[in-house]
Design a protein around this ligand. Structure first.
Ligand SMILES: Cc1ncc(COP(=O)(O)O)c(C=O)c1O
Length: 404
């Protein structure tokens, strides 16, 4: 796109990654092919030697995948992006590219469960040590830094506690220590937060969530700032093989066109629902970045363009009461994942964060009664009535006859 810096984000969502296509197709075609024909033996050799630009084999690069990668790189304000088979493949690409035995990682304690498990198992096996810190507390980040800290990996807002970490100040702390900063921006999307502009070096997403937005793709992406990092990451991804395929890339690219609209609606719906839940007598410990009661509300205002679509809370009566809520919803769907157009509800301690183990969950502030709501783009009042009827079922449990 010409002069992209002058174009509004909303317009970029529609046009990014779209170039002139064969036959004038307005949308990039799905190049559902594993391999590409060379014009001659010399041509093939020149492509492999990097002397000519072109496509060789879809694990290495594919035009449909590349169009989606270019779109996301543009939306994040990065140099280039790498499409991965999942968000976890994106996290692994970052870790496997940057870390060697003897390196140390500082990571938010409130991260997606399997991210902490990956660091604590596979990466640990290869000699990489990780310190998990409450990254919303800058002192904890600073205190955890060591001379061998190669990477600071932050998820903000964190999953599932929604604690918010100051990207700009953490980047300064890390860069003083010559460490690289990677941000998992899955909960915000580039519509609401741009970590590279705040000083981070690398951004990753689970494409499975808001970027695709329709709960029909598993994918991931890493966005980098410079060609050297891009080449290093591309080499890793090519060797480890965790690439996204053309059809899923096509779907993600299609989803991006409505990202701006969807994020606006996720935010306005979640704001209404969080405000309503906060006043409900059976709801406690509610966290939503758009409410002043959120402990990091000011940091969120500083670095986010909106509070997002995730709400966490506990139902009075603990996990038993939470289970009744989850089993009683009719419109909200009981399922893990987030960021799709439909509202989902789930229980982190027994689902998304089960693999971390109870001790790590406790350290990350994930209580056994915590329920996570990913608010969709339905009519807010319909979601509210569903939650209201489900909370009435909780009342029927008769856990608190005296007060209610
Ligand atoms: C914040 C965050 N990062 C990474 C992931 C992993 O993504 P995927 O499931 O696409 O591998 C998830 C999945 O829920 C997530 O919520």
């Amino acid at each position: 796109m010409s002069n992209p810096s002058k174009i509004d984000f909303q317009t970029k969502c529609v046009h990014s990654g779209i170039n002139d296509n064969e036959y004038g197709s307005v949308i990039p075609p799905i190049y559902q092919t594993s391999t590409f024909k060379f014009k001659s033996a010399e041509h093939g050799a020149a492509l492999f030697a990097g002397e000519e630009k072109g496509y060789i084999y879809s694990r290495m690069l594919n035009p449909t995948v590349e169009a989606m990668e270019n779109a996301i790189a543009e939306l994040e304000g990065g140099h280039k992006a790498l499409g991965c088979a999942s968000g976890m493949a994106a996290a692994h690409t970052i870790f496997a590219s940057l870390l060697s035995a003897g390196d140390h990682v500082v990571c938010s304690s409130a991260v997606y469960g399997p991210t902490s498990t990956l660091l604590n198992t596979v990466m640990k096996k290869f000699g990489v040590e990780t310190s998990f810190v409450d990254s919303s507390n800058l002192q904890e980040v600073e205190d955890a830094m060591k001379p061998c800290t190669k990477l600071v990996f932050i998820e903000t807002p964190g999953n599932p506690t929604l604690c918010i970490s100051d990207i700009e100040r953490i980047s300064k702390i890390a860069h003083t220590n010559k460490s690289i900063v990677a941000i998992d921006n899955t909960f915000m999307s580039p519509a609401l937060q741009n970590p590279l502009a705040l000083g981070a070096d690398i951004v990753m997403h689970s494409l499975t969530k808001f970027l695709n937005g329709h709960a029909d793709v598993v994918g991931g992406v890493v966005v980098v700032k410079d060609e050297e990092t891009y080449k290093l990451f591309r080499k890793t991804l090519n060797q480890t093989g965790g690439v996204i395929d053309p059809f899923n890339s096509f779907l993600v690219h299609r989803g991006l066109k409505t990202l701006h609209l969807r994020m606006e609606k996720h935010c306005s719906n979640a704001q209404k629902i969080a405000g309503w839940l906060e006043e409900h007598p059976f709801v406690k410990e509610l966290r939503y970045p758009g409410l002043k009661s959120h402990p990091h509300y000011e940091t969120g205002l500083k670095q986010q363009k909106g509070p997002g679509g995730l709400i966490t809370f506990e139902v009075d009566g603990g996990f038993e009461a939470g289970k009744v809520l989850m089993n009683s919803v009719k419109l909200c769907t009981l399922a893990v994942s987030l960021g799709g157009v439909e509202t989902l509800i789930q229980h982190p301690a027994s689902m998304t964060h089960f693999s971390m183990g109870q001790e790590a969950r406790k350290a990350a502030g994930i209580s056994d009664g915590l329920v996570r709501l990913s608010v969709g783009i339905e009519k807010a009042e319909d979601i509210l009535s569903d939650l209201e009827q489900a909370l009435k079922k909780v009342k029927e449990l008769n856990l608190y006859p005296a007060e209610n």
